[in-house]
Write a protein that binds this ligand. Structure first.
Ligand code: FES
Ligand code: FE2
Length: 423
């Protein structure tokens, strides 16, 4: 990818072309539980390079406002969350959840000119989402399947990833890497083990990919030998601008990711597990909380993984030698993050030499680029309509003669109308 295109895709701050595109979608900001009770502690959060403050007001409603006071720029993190607003600790200016200045103790007549930035918020799927784009263009609230489920059915976690969102997200689109860095993990992980899917995956290492361009993003079809009369298809979905849905394993919960820029050098890697039609069991929830599956363990009191670049991700050369962990690093999340962070904060895309297995990434980059250029010419971005968000991933045996794209169109585009296809 040339320098100019790369720069266009990786920069997401205010008034950048990609930043403008991302601001046309509802943005996952933090977990609802991080701003637990009314008038609880406010939380600093940087999203798309903007330093913001999230809080829950006295009525229990969430707010997302500029972190800094309009008076002389003090951080409102050090203010008081009380009586439906945040009061700056320096000279007592107070702002409500809409950023409206509601009190200037020393000069009440100045209130009207002291307002600060705020973004509309909603809560869905255990997350606080903000809309950071032009008000008149606000889309319907997101309807990805997991975002519409009761909290009993979902587990969601986030971790800081210390690199640009694009190279992190491309790991979710690059399904070819699964045969390498995750090779030994799938056997032991409670969210993957004891499934027929693993038998097919291990029996046929020569996966063949087909990729279909969709109005919402891409559908990736990975074909392996199944039974004597069938192929085993693993079908992954990528939705604009940052969602993936991962093909499921057996009766284990469904899964997906979101990659949201914190700034150009860091992103939030969100990981979701869910059952569409039943609560997660206590056992499942316990394992997910322990960091199993696509989740991770943390440095205490933070969202930074315990295995991080300062400790070489706790790489164990002996485990690498013994074939217990392909790279010597344990856990899907950190296996991916270690490699993606090793590319540097922003990968040098100009220096890369792509291979045929990178086709999906190339298509995704092209679609993102086209969407950015399109938006500049007034063309509406993809996947804003909620019906486009109802797709699901799958793992399914289909007869040799079956057309997987036709099958997916019929069985995966409206998740609510179909059972989960997983073996
Ligand atoms: S800086 Fe906030 S009230 Fe003065
Ligand atoms: Fe991975």
């Amino acid at each position: 990818m040339n320098k100019e295109t790369s720069e266009m895709l990786v920069r997401t701050g205010r008034d950048t072309p990609m930043g403008n595109l991302m601001r046309r979608y509802w943005v996952p900001v933090l977990m609802s539980s991080e701003i637990g009770e009314p008038d609880g502690p406010q939380v600093r959060v940087t999203i798309l390079g903007e330093k913001l403050l999230a809080f829950r007001d006295s009525a229990g409603l969430p707010g997302l406002i500029d972190e800094f006071c309009s008076h002389r720029g003090v951080s409102l993190y050090f203010g008081r969350n009380e009586e439906n607003g945040i009061r700056c600790a320096y000279h007592g200016l107070k702002f409500d959840r809409n950023g409206k200045c509601v009190d200037v103790p020393s000069a009440p007549q100045s209130c009207a000119r002291m307002n600060i930035k705020s973004y509309p918020c909603i809560e869905r799927g255990g997350l606080l989402w903000a809309y950071m784009g032009p008000v008149e263009k606000m889309p319907e609230p997101p309807e990805l399947e997991w975002a519409t489920l009761p909290s009993s059915h979902i587990f969601i976690s986030k971790r800081v990833q210390e690199c640009n969102y694009l190279q992190a997200m491309e790991g979710g689109i690059d399904t070819a890497h699964v045969s390498y860095v995750h090779r030994y993990e799938v056997d032991n992980d409670p969210m993957h083990k004891d499934t027929k899917a693993l038998d097919y995956i291990k029996a046929d290492g020569n996966v063949i990919f087909e990729i279909e361009k969709q109005p919402f993003g891409l559908t990736l079809f990975g074909r392996r030998n199944g039974e004597s009369d069938s192929y085993y298809w693993r079908i992954t979905q990528w939705l604009f601008p940052w969602f993936t849905l991962i093909p499921p394993f057996g009766q284990h919960s469904l899964a997906g990711h979101i990659w949201v820029p914190i700034d150009d050098h860091n992103c939030w890697s969100w990981s979701v597990n869910f059952h569409p039609d039943k609560p997660l069991s206590d056992e499942e929830r316990r394992q997910l909380e322990e960091g199993k599956g696509i989740h991770c363990e943390y440095e205490p009191g933070s969202f930074r993984p315990k295995a991080n670049k300062d400790n070489d991700y706790l790489m164990d050369r002996q485990a690498q030698k013994d074939k217990r962990a392909y790279s010597g690093i344990f856990g899907f999340a950190m296996q991916d993050a270690s490699l993606q962070e090793s590319m540097g904060p922003i990968q040098d895309h100009e220096a890369e030499r792509l291979l045929p297995t990178d086709k999906a990434i190339v298509m995704a980059r092209r679609m993102l680029h086209e969407a950015v250029l399109g938006l500049e010419q007034g063309i509406e971005p993809p996947a804003l309509s909620v019906s486009a968000q109802h797709v699901r991933a799958a793992g399914v045996l289909l007869e040799h003669s079956a057309d997987p794209t036709a099958w997916a169109k019929e069985h995966l585009t409206d998740s609510r109308a179909h059972p989960v296809y997983s073996i």
